[in-house]
Design a protein around this ligand. Structure first.
Ligand SMILES: NC(=O)c1ccc[n+]([C@@H]2O[C@H](COP(=O)([O-])OP(=O)(O)OC[C@H]3O[C@@H](n4cnc5c(N)ncnc54)[C@H](OP(=O)(O)O)[C@@H]3O)[C@@H](O)[C@H]2O)c1
Length: 231
């Protein structure tokens, strides 16, 4: 049995793919993990909770502000060493002017506004030596956008990055580590089957980066191999 680290992580969006793998990765590294799902609890997570004894499952649709407040109330008195907002969505890949307004709003709210609401609402549970991490994407990098494609998804991750920079600026004397992370191109429902990395490979890299940078105040945009991603 892995030695317990005494650390606790909250992973938002842990029903499947990268979020589930991150919950598994941290639990296997000896962390206690609070893993959130927005729908029914998937069997894989129930099984992970049973086999590790270190995973507690909670419910959160992060686009519903009342649910963020309710989760914060349920977790009151649970100090977090890591808040990891993993959840995100994409829409159909088409030029922006062809995207229905409802889809634009849904992607922007889910990928940019909701993560910051979670950071604001649940961030107070993170201890001063802790980390607030949000899953971004290299596709949110303005510098790296030389080919276009997935325009609204890209824009939502750029907006997420900008909002995290505003959050960091407002909390410039915050001792906590703030991370925007790119997990690589990963074989998930979102990344598609042709992606380069398997889910466990990516989750391992992302968890390594989180653990390596613990205790470093300020905001960084890093990928799963610990390389800086340009804004
Ligand atoms: N895969 C890649 O290549 C790649 C590359 C760069 C960045 N990323 C980012 O990495 C993160 C995870 O991606 P993935 O590939 O694992 O995606 P995925 O397979 O589509 O899984 C998305 C996860 O987010 C959850 N989620 C979506 N909307 C939510 C909401 N409103 N409230 C709570 N949970 C919600 C989903 O829950 P349900 O099961 O309920 O739908 C699911 O657990 C995303 O932020 C994505 O943008 C992925």
């Amino acid at each position: 049995m892995t030695e317990l680290t005494g650390k606790t992580a909250l992973v938002v969006g842990a029903s499947r793919s990268l979020g589930l793998a991150l919950a598994r990765e941290f639990a296997e590294r000896g962390w206690q993990v609070v893993a959130t799902v927005r729908g029914r609890e998937p069997e894989a997570l129930t099984e992970l909770a049973r086999t590790t004894g270190r995973v507690r499952v909670e419910h959160l649709d992060m686009t519903v502000p009342e649910q963020i407040g309710a989760l914060a109330a349920r977790l009151a008195g649970t100090p977090l060493d890591l808040l990891f907002v993993n959840a995100g969505i994409t829409g159909e890949d088409r030029p922006v002017a062809e995207v229905p307004t409802e889809e634009f709003v849904e992607v922007m709210v889910t990928n940019a506004l909701a993560p910051l609401r979670v950071v604001e609402g649940l961030g107070p549970l993170v201890v001063p030596t802790g980390t607030v991490a949000v899953m971004s994407s290299r596709q949110g990098s303005l510098t790296m956008n030389t080919r276009g494609g997935h325009e609204v998804y890209r824009a939502s991750k750029s907006a997420l990055n900008q909002l995290m920079r505003s959050y960091a600026a407002r909390h410039h004397d915050d001792p906590r580590t703030l991370l925007l992370l790119h997990p690589g191109w990963v074989q998930t429902d979102l990344g598609g089957p042709g992606a380069r990395l398997t889910v466990p490979e990516s989750a391992r890299g992302v968890a390594d980066v989180v653990e390596k940078h613990a205790g470093e105040p300020g905001l960084q945009f890093l990928d799963h191999t610990d390389q800086v991603v340009p804004w």
